[in-house]
Structure formats: C-alpha cells, structure tokens
Design a protein around this ligand. Structure first.
Ligand code: ARG
Length: 564
C-alpha cells in the first residue's frame, strides 16, 4: 500500500507508467534511509540524464504532506509521515473495511478437494487436501473468483468387489459396529492377508465388482451401506473442521458418462490397443500411456477423471479446474491433462494439479493396505485434550473451556498443516503445534483474543473510545506502531502471492508475522492509557489488527476466539 501511495505522484512527474513505477520501487534494506526507494536508472536512458540529477529534480516535485522525498545518489528515498499515513489508512479502513486484491474477475474455479475413499479411514493425509483446498476456496473467493468446491469421493473401483467379498466372509451384519470405518479397514486388511494364502478370493472379488458394475441389486445394497456409513463418519469430521462442500459428486457419478468419452477418443483415433487394454499413447511427451480401458473391459480412475473434467467444464461452467491432490498422483494428472489437450480442448491449459507433500507420522507414510493408519479423528481428539490441559493451567476460570479447547486443538492441527509450503513433507508432532508460543495456530488465536480483550476494556472505559474522529495519530509514530501499520498494509500483497501460487502457507506466515509485530507493539506501548486522544489512535491499530487476524484465520479455516 505504501508503494501505491507514491506511484500516482511519481507518474505525474516522469514518463513511466504506474505499473512500471510500481515494479521499480524497492524497500531499502536499511529503514533509516527511507521506507520506499525509487531507483532512477531506468529513467536516465530515456531522459539522457544522469540518474543522480533525475533523483534531485524529482525530489523537488514529488513532495507531499504524506512523505518527504530525498535524493541520495541515483535513488529517491521516501520517508513517510507516519502519523498522517496511519490516520489515512485507519480512516479508509473504517469506511471500507479490509482491502482485497481483485484478481479473478468472476472466473469460476472448480476445486477438487478432500475426496477421501469410501470404506477407508480419513487419514491425516486427507487433511492436507481438505484444508489446503478449503483455504484456497475461501482465498480465491476473496480475490474475485467464483469458487465451487467438489468432493470427488472414491466410491467406485475394484476395491469394492474386495470389500463385498470380505464383508460376506468375515463381516457381521447383525451387529452394527460402533465404528464402522475401523471395522471396514480391518476387513480390507484381512482380505489382503487371506488372499495371499487363498488367491481364489481375488476371483470372488472380481466377480462382485462385475456384478456391481452391472447394477446387481445385492451388490448395490452392500455398496450403499459402505457409502452411508463412511459419509456419516466423514461428515462428522467435516463439521469438526468447519468445512463444507458445494457438491458431493463421487467417482460413481460418472459411470454413465464414460462411454461417451471413450467413444470420442476412438473417433479422434487416439485409442490404441496395448496388451489387450485400450490406451492413449503419450510417447512424445516421454510419459507412460494413459490406460482408458483395462483388458477385462472395465474402466479405471483415469477414465472417470476424463469424464469428470468434461463435466466440470461443460456442465458446471468451470473456467479453471483445480485438483488439490497429493504429489504422488502427479503422473496421473499430467496424463489426464495431456489427453484432454490431445482431444483438442483449449481449456485443458486451465486444468491444474495443486500437489502437496506427504503427511508423515514417525517418518512413515500412512497406508491403508498395511493397516497402519493414523486416524484424523484420533489426532483431533488428542490435540483438543492437549489444548484443554494448557487452558486449565493458563486460564482455569474460562467459561466454555471444552468448546474453546476443541477450537484451539483443531485449529492447531489445521494451522500446523497450512504453515508448511504445500510441497514440503509435514512431519506431525502434536507437541509442537498445540503450543501457545512459537509459530503456531494457538499463538495467532491468542493474539487475536488479546486484541479482543483490549477492545472490550476500552469500550468499558469509554463508549467513545476508538473512533477516528477524536484520535490523535501523533501518538502512533513510534517504530513499534509503524512496523505494525506496515504489516497491516501488507495483507493484500500476502493474499495476492498466496492466490497466484495457490499457497495458503503465505497467509499462515503472514499471520504469524502480524501477530508477532502486534505483540511487540503491545509489550512496548501502553495502549489503555486513559488519555482518549492517545488511546483512540492506538486502538485504531488494535482494531485493524483484530479484523485482519480474524479474516486470515477464517480464511485458513481456524476459529478466531474472543477469549481463550
Ligand atoms: N480418492 C482419491 C484418493 O484418495 C483422490 C481423488 C482426487 N481427485 C480426482 N479427481 N482424481 O487418492
């Protein structure tokens, strides 16, 4: 925002466009030199003058009540009148609220996120897709896109043949399990163990899947049971995480839409036979072929994803299709997008895989087949119990402790995930993340609660406190106040970066920095002073901080708590 303020004034006095000037402006490494610097080298070519001279000339013409501009060699250094800038910023904020960059111009973005598999546990690995997707969903909405999120449930595939076979052998339909997903997982693991000794089980499973594909009512009954039980469990988790979906459209939704795609591929002569299977060759790109139909004629994941992409573009009106899915599926998405391109779809260029690194526990990837799974539910329970212990110690008289602890524990897990750059592996340790100090969600939440408590105190003291009209901003020109104001002004930049790189961690890091800057201001300056003019100005900074923290936390899916 500081740069924007200068741009217009400079543009009036030199031959560059506002955009060019904006890109040239720098933040000097040493703040003593100035808040923003304009290097005059670029102008010297067109003006055929030395940059030193240009800097001197400009320094005379671009003065304002908001800054002083001093030439220092080839640079023009701007030093802001802190009180005046903060006053303008606070007034604008009172009038228009937080500023959001406008990047999307209404483009509809379909976000494929979460997408767990039916009858399998929602591991903490799925948390990443859910929370990164959720953050992008909110973020893109704020910066002018029209986001639509879809849960592409894994509700189809040969594994359902295995599940039915296992359920019939060892499941106990008469006894409704308390935790059906755990029971299904045990069945799945048992199937793979027993099939090693009794390979005929695999044939049985295949037959069940063929029946399922053929619409056999019995097979469908079991399949529906798995879906209902799984969705009930998933929805409980989504509630806890505060995540909702515009659409639940699982893979099975595309069963009747695949023939058309296969037909289209055949007409375009893109299909080739390979070992009895039908594939699209991607040799030119150096990739393995994309399998469209297996040798037994059944469709697979990729075929369903082709039909899905077409549906999202044509029926759902998606201008951009995002897939928030682990990096281990990168090849799949490269193949998918290439096949779409080969089919002649221009919009294939707007399909993007948003990969992320693994979630590790004790350095091991969680795998369902080995049955060594960390259930997200258990992680959330433990996080919330840890939070409760800390609150019992720090603030034993707090009301609604249980609720607050749940929000802090769950928030800690979400923030701990989102703080990592998407592609980095996350090694999970509850101890580190459920901590009121350090770079954690609870630290940001705690800072937010502190701003809330300050505002409450002030309004108790005087109804009128905190209104810009009676504030004297000369009281907020210390380095601490100025650093805080500058951090607040950077919010739109953080959102721009996060949106352009599909990287929620930029927002998480920004919030940590804002919280730290605020806390430095809080520890060094008395805010509730009793002097209305002084307190009023300081509270403007507190008020903007509270709004910014709240917005950022909610964007990431972390609850902002008034007290904790
Ligand atoms: N169900 C898949 C899995 O858990 C993720 C699906 C991702 N979305 C997609 N359109 N392929 O691995």
């Amino acid at each position: 925002m500081l740069k924007e303020m200068i741009v217009a004034s400079l543009a009036k006095h030199c031959s560059l466009t506002e955009q060019q000037i904006y890109e040239l402006l720098e933040f000097p490494p040493n703040e003593q030199l100035g808040d923003v610097a304009f290097p005059c080298f670029a102008l010297s070519k067109t003006l055929k003058q030395s940059p030193i001279l240009i800097a001197e000339q400009l320094s005379e013409s671009v003065q304002s009540e908001l800054w002083t501009a001093d030439a220092a060699g080839p640079y023009l250094n701007f030093k802001f009148n802190r009180a005046e800038v903060i006053k303008q910023f606070a007034n604008e904020h009172r009038e228009k609220g937080l500023r959001f960059p406008k990047l999307g111009s209404g483009k509809r973005v379909i976000i494929d996120m979460s997408s767990p598999n039916i009858a399998k546990p929602f591991g903490i690995g799925h948390l990443r897709s859910t929370m990164i997707g959720n953050a992008l969903y909110h973020l893109l909405g704020k910066v002018g896109y029209e986001p639509v999120n879809v849960n592409h449930l894994g509700d189809w595939g040969t594994q359902f043949g295995k599940m039915i076979a296992a359920y019939l052998h060892w499941g106990d339909p008469s006894q409704k399990s308390e935790d059906p997903i755990k029971a299904y997982l045990e069945l799945y693991v048992r199937f793979h163990e027993e099939a090693k000794l009794h390979p005929e089980l695999e044939d049985e499973a295949r037959e069940w899947f063929v029946k399922l594909e053929a619409g056999d009512p019995e097979a469908h009954r079991y399949w529906h049971l798995f879906i209902d039980d799984s969705l009930a469990a998933f929805n409980q988790l989504y509630d806890r995480l505060g995540v909702s979906f515009d659409h639940y459209l699982g893979e099975s939704f595309y069963n009747d839409k695949m023939d058309a795609v296969v037909e289209q591929l055949a007409q375009l002569e893109l299909l080739e036979e390979s070992d009895g299977a039908m594939v699209v060759r991607l040799d030119e790109e150096g990739l393995t072929p994309c399998i469209i139909k297996k040798s037994d004629g059944s469709s697979i994941y990729a075929t369903r994803d082709l039909a899905t992409a077409l549906y999202r573009h044509e029926q759902m009106g998606g201008d951009e299709l995002l897939y928030v899915v682990g990096a281990e599926q990168s090849l799949h998405f490269r193949q998918l997008f290439l096949v779409l391109e080969r089919m002649g779809f221009d919009w294939a260029k707007q399909c993007k895989h948003i990969p992320f690194g693994l979630m590790l526990m004790d350095g091991q990837k969680m795998s369902t087949r080995r049955g060594k799974v960390v259930f997200l539910e258990d992680v959330l329970d433990e996080a919330s119990a840890t939070a409760l212990r800390i609150i019992d110690e720090k603030n034993p008289s707090l009301t609604d402790k249980g609720e607050v602890a749940e929000a802090v524990g769950v928030g800690a897990v979400i923030f701990g995930d989102l703080l990592h750059s998407r592609l980095h592996e996350v090694n999970f340790s509850l101890e580190d993340i459920v901590n009121f100090e350090g770079e954690t969600g609870p630290y940001v939440q705690y800072t937010y609660a502190r701003t809330q408590s300050l505002l409450r105190k002030a309004s108790l003291q005087s109804e009128a406190a905190g209104t810009a009209a009676i504030s004297d901003f000369s009281f907020v020109s210390s380095d601490y106040a100025w650093q805080l104001a500058k951090a607040l002004m950077r919010y739109p930049d953080a959102l721009t970066q996060a949106a352009q790189r599909y990287e929620p961690s930029v927002v998480a890091h920004y919030l940590i920095e804002l919280a730290q800057t605020f806390n430095r201001f809080y520890h060094h300056e008395k805010i509730i002073t009793g002097n209305t003019a002084e307190q009023g100005a300081k509270l403007e900074l507190v008020y903007m901080t509270t709004e910014c923290l709240e917005d950022g936390l909610q964007m990431l899916g972390v609850k902002a708590l008034k007290e904790m």
